[in-house]
Design a protein around this ligand. Structure first.
Ligand SMILES: Cc1ncc(COP(=O)(O)O)c(C=O)c1O
Length: 442
């Protein structure tokens, strides 16, 4: 064993997540600081952050109010056991989140990552049905190209093939709705495309195959994010809500990306006037300063669990770090900033400008589709024939090393999602830099 005071600093031992490790280690991309709209590199460059970290730093980086709240919490109550005990601030955060949520989503469970929030929601769906004497409702319906994190629950209902194919059979009894994306019918649509609402009716086919009485829940992202930003067709989510309600099936909106302003409202549910049965959230709840996630749950679901002897645990589920004091402090400070600076409204007011800016990239080399919605946009590039993902990776390297730009790249798709504090000038700057990158990798 090496002595504890040894300080090696090699690239090799760290196995980077969702990263081609060998390429990365040949030419690393490092960030060593961050403030507002920018990352700093170790060699002193300022890189504009056009994807809010990973769709999570919605209020911009290094916000003083959040930093101070975390510092204070760390010095006051470093940890409080979440099982059988609680700390006062966790009630305040739950109250504020449930007030922000639509309808009677009046209860809040906490976890630490989007993946855990998804697992939590799926388990609550099963427990809810069982508590009501419908324990045979065990089937989950996800969607092709959906992303719900990397837990076994999330990859089972998720629909991104690379995230699934290595990992065996996953959860049994999962079906998938078709993706709502069809380039020939929707290319270069601004916001919700006109075509595709009828794809929600595929749920009726699945119900016809298995019978509604076997289905626990449908889970979808209101706008699919990680797969490359796919906004829902007009009327599609409303139709899903109608069908699930008619058949006693729970509807879970996974708002890990769309929550906290990305689509111009606190939750995308509000944009569509829909009350889902559960909302999973993460990322923007703490502006990503401390990991936190959770599930907002309708009153009836909570109440269905409140039976049995009162000294008994009602839901055998939770995490050591559920409602961690540092995360709660960060969450409360983050919600203050969203309110004080009107950031959700700001996202809404910038949506048109942002969409126009992104659409101005139409006609640039290899751009085959652009899909803006709220302050998020997918830009598909034509893959190099026989080499999927290579153009995307080239773009990633070019951005970091040559253009001081950070945009999330997934295969040959760029996903732009700047912090909600972005200015109109910065939107132009981001657009201009993307244009230069596209030319560089043409
Ligand atoms: C919709 C959605 N659900 C779940 C997750 C998983 O979140 P995490 O990476 O925090 O586990 C993500 C992450 O991007 C997501 O976009």
């Amino acid at each position: 064993m090496a002595p504890l005071d040894m300080k090696p600093n090699e690239l090799e031992p760290y196995w980077l997540p969702f990263t081609p490790n060998r390429s990365f280690k040949k030419r690393p991309r490092l960030f060593s600081g961050a403030k507002d709209m920018h990352y700093m590199t170790p060699d002193g460059r300022k890189v504009i952050d056009a994807t809010s970290g990973l769709f999570c730093v919605n209020a911009g980086h290094g916000r003083d109010k959040i930093v101070k709240a975390i510092q204070h919490a760390a010095a006051t109550l470093d940890f409080s056991p979440p099982f059988q005990y609680a700390h006062p601030a966790v009630f305040e955060l739950s109250s504020r989140l449930t007030l922000l949520a639509p309808g009677d989503l009046d209860y809040c469970l906490f976890a630490n990552s989007g993946s855990e929030a998804v697992d939590t929601a799926l388990k609550v769906a099963l427990a809810y049905h069982r508590n009501r004497g419908e324990g045979q409702r065990t089937r989950f319906i996800g969607r092709e190209r959906g992303y719900h994190g990397v837990g076994f629950g999330g990859i089972s209902v998720g629909g991104m093939v690379a995230n699934r194919k290595m990992f065996g059979n996953m959860l049994a009894g999962v079906d998938h709705l078709p993706t709502t994306y069809n380039r020939s019918k929707q290319a270069f649509s601004k916001q919700e495309p006109e075509w595709g609402a009828e794809l929600a009716d595929d749920l009726l086919r699945i119900i016809g195959l298995h019978d509604a009485s076997t289905i626990a829940a449908v889970i979808v992202e209101p706008t699919a994010g990680s797969t490359g930003c796919i906004p829902p067709p007009k009327g599609y989510l409303e139709r899903l809500r109608q069908i699930t309600e008619q058949h006693g099936i729970l509807l879970i909106f996974d708002e890990v990306i769309t929550g906290f302003g990305r689509l111009g409202h606190c939750f995308a549910s509000e944009r569509y006037g829909i009350v889902p049965d559960m909302i999973t959230f993460a990322k923007g709840v703490t502006n990503a300063a401390v990991p936190m996630s959770g599930v907002l749950v309708r009153k009836g679901i909570y109440e269905a669990h409140m039976n049995g002897p009162e000294h008994m645990v009602e839901l055998f589920h939770g995490y050591t770090y559920s409602g961690h004091p540092l995360a709660v402090a960060a969450g409360l400070a983050t919600l203050d900033i969203y309110r004080e600076e009107g950031l959700f409204e700001r996202a809404r007011s910038l949506e048109g400008k942002f969409a126009d800016a992104m659409m101005s990239l139409k006609g640039m080399p290899n751009v085959v589709d652009i899909r803006p919605i709220g302050l998020m946009c997918g830009i598909d590039l034509e893959p190099i024939p026989g080499k999927p993902g290579v153009r995307g990776y080239d773009a990633l390297e070019s951005m970091y090393h040559d253009h001081d730009l950070y945009v999330r790249v997934t295969s040959d798709t760029l996903v732009v999602a700047p912090p909600l504090i972005v200015t109109e000038t910065q939107i132009d700057e981001i657009t201009d830099r993307i244009g230069r990158v596209l030319k560089a990798v043409a």
